[in-house]
Design a binder for this molecule. Structure first.
Ligand code: HEM
Length: 528
């Protein structure tokens, strides 16, 4: 929260402030040298060449030249805020996670909302998934729920993620479109990826153009585990439910807003918090055990499926409130590093092959994006609880181990020997016993790509269904290749005949007939 540039470290001469006059802090170089003239470079003669000797000029330009860091490879455009999580129902009987023990206790939180496909400078109201990433600074380490505002995903296996994102981002030869799904590459990939059909229904719905981050759901998407002190685990799906309910805009509103105010969503969040109208969500959990999971006709490890709330009601256990804006966008919103593998004792993964891949991807990309393995030293990423380890050195090391010991086991004794393992409190993975051959394969239980797409479509009101049809016609009308359009209509036929007909008519294609069932019912028998 302070400007560290003016804040020399304790005990290193920081006690005396450099004062320029009228009590104003003196402008200095990064080395702390007071600056007399920040307007003019050092020249040989009033109209002469600038001198190499001008260390102030060179330092200033050098630093400016290196201000940009790579934007996130996805979710580049985002907006963050600080807040807290408050537990309203104890889960002490289900998980040992410290954050879920004591009702009424608050845990500091940082949340970043984002779009996925657009670059950092793109507009807010693109038709897109919204990221909903939550960092919870718990007393036993940082726990990140890196979620979206849609409960399912396009693909089942992380192996397909680079293809999905390449297809969604600007086409490589022309560099456009910048932030929309409407183009040949995207729909080509989608039309060849039936597992994406459930997500496609959501992304063509009003959910993909939210009115505000404040009126939007969040979902952890994958099935995770809550684990008790004895190592017993319960499956869990995480839900963030907005206290003010859901709101979206219509497509023609989105188009106008993008033109008039591309920062609509970030301005909205900023203004609401500034006005003291703090956005709030409830944390809901869907909890179920292995036997229950086995009773579903889909796989709980398949991120293209939801667990229907009729089967497993959402249990509200806490609330998330955003009550503080960032002091500096770059330091906090841009440098925050969320990662699905940031979990704490009492939480664990499942074998969802999308989640397993994400666990590798985030840390890997953040080394590139933030430039050093020491990005956990940045205030927004550092744990708020005590922490101690023997990791050292690397670019920008700011918290190297003090003293003699930087390894363990060591026999230097408690005072200088450093931290020790804690078999009692330390993180332990659930003792799962996977079996089977080493294979590249998609299990049969991941094979139904249409049933939940149908369920989502029929759950929509008539006006919402119309919006889905309109969105598909608009998007696919931007696709130049007729075969891609036809392939999409064929998929829609597996979801809803009327929807397929509407889209076909909207695109000027022949209205397709549903395929005949492979086995025809007999009509020559008397009614029973
Ligand atoms: C970034 C969510 C799938 C790789 C993000 C962010 C969110 C998110 C919210 C933005 C984080 C931020 O605000 O800083 C999701 C969800 C997924 C999903 C909900 C599916 C359920 C994947 C997969 C991969 C992946 C399968 C790769 C295998 C990345 C990467 C970033 C990112 C590389 C950029 C991270 C950074 O630079 O800090 N994702 N994602 N995501 N995601 Fe995902």
């Amino acid at each position: 929260t302070e400007m560290p540039v003016f804040d020399a470290p304790q005990g290193q001469g920081g006690e005396t402030r450099q004062v320029a006059g009228n009590g104003v802090e003196a402008l200095t170089t990064a080395q702390g040298v007071p600056v007399a003239d920040d307007q003019n470079s050092l020249k040989q003669g009033a109209r002469g060449p600038t001198l190499m000797e001008d260390f102030h000029f060179r330092e200033k330009i050098f630093h400016f030249d290196h201000e940009r860091i790579p934007e996130r490879v996805v979710h580049a455009r985002g907006f963050g805020a600080h807040g807290f999580f408050e537990l309203t129902e104890s889960l002490a009987d289900i998980t040992r996670a410290d954050i879920f023990q004591r009702v009424g206790e608050r845990t500091e939180a940082f949340v970043r909302f984002s779009t996925v496909a657009g670059s950092k400078g793109s507009f807010d109201l693109a038709r897109d998934v919204r990221g909903f990433a939550v960092k919870l600074y718990t007393k036993e380490g940082n726990w990140d729920i890196v979620g979206n505002n849609i409960p399912v995903f396009f693909i089942q296996d992380a192996m397909k993620f680079p293809d999905l994102i390449h297809a969604a981002k600007p086409e490589p030869d022309r560099g456009f479109p910048q932030a929309q799904t409407a183009h040949d590459n995207f729909w080509d990939f989608i039309s060849l990826t039936p597992e994406s059909m459930h997500m496609v229904m959501w992304i063509m719905s009003d959910r993909a153009i939210p009115r505000s981050f404040r009126f939007m759901d969040g979902f952890g998407v994958h099935t995770f585990r809550l684990v008790d002190a004895d190592g017993r685990s319960t499956f869990v799906k995480f839900h963030w439910k907005p206290k003010r309910g859901l709101q979206s805009v219509a497509w023609n509103e989105a188009v106008k807003i993008n033109g008039a105010d591309p920062d609509f969503h970030r301005r909205d969040l900023w203004a609401a918090i500034k006005a003291g109208d703090f956005p709030e969500w409830e944390l809901g959990l869907q909890l179920f055990d292995q036997d229950f999971a086995d009773s579903f006709d889909f796989d709980v490890l398949d991120a293209t499926k939801i667990i229907p709330e009729e089967l497993v009601p959402v249990r509200i256990v806490g609330r998330l409130v955003l009550d503080r804006r960032v002091d500096n966008f770059f330091a906090e919103t841009e440098q925050v590093a969320f990662c699905t593998q940031n979990i704490v004792p009492g939480i664990d993964f499942t074998n969802d092959p999308l989640l397993q891949g994400r666990n590798f991807s985030y840390l890997d990309t953040q080394l590139k994006r933030l430039g050093s393995p020491n990005f956990t030293h940045l205030p927004v990423n550092a744990p708020r609880c005590p922490f101690a380890h023997f990791q050292q050195d690397g670019h920008m090391a700011m918290r190297n181990p003090a003293g003699r010991a930087n390894y363990e086991p060591n026999s230097w004794g408690a005072a200088i020997g450093g931290p020790r393992e804690d078999p009692e409190r330390g993180f332990k993975s659930v003792a799962a016993s996977p079996e089977g051959d080493k294979l590249r394969i998609r299990p049969e239980s991941f094979a139904d790509h249409y049933s939940q797409a149908v369920q989502f479509y029929v759950s929509q009101t008539p006006i919402e269904q119309k919006h889905i049809g309109d969105a598909l016609v608009f998007e696919l009308s931007k696709v130049e290749r007729p075969d891609i359009r036809s392939r999409m209509v064929s998929h829609l036929l597996n979801i809803d005949g009327d929807l397929a007909g509407t889209v076909a008519r909207g695109l000027g294609l022949a209205v397709p007939k549903p395929a005949q069932a492979a086995v025809q019912p007999r009509t020559d028998l008397p009614p029973s």
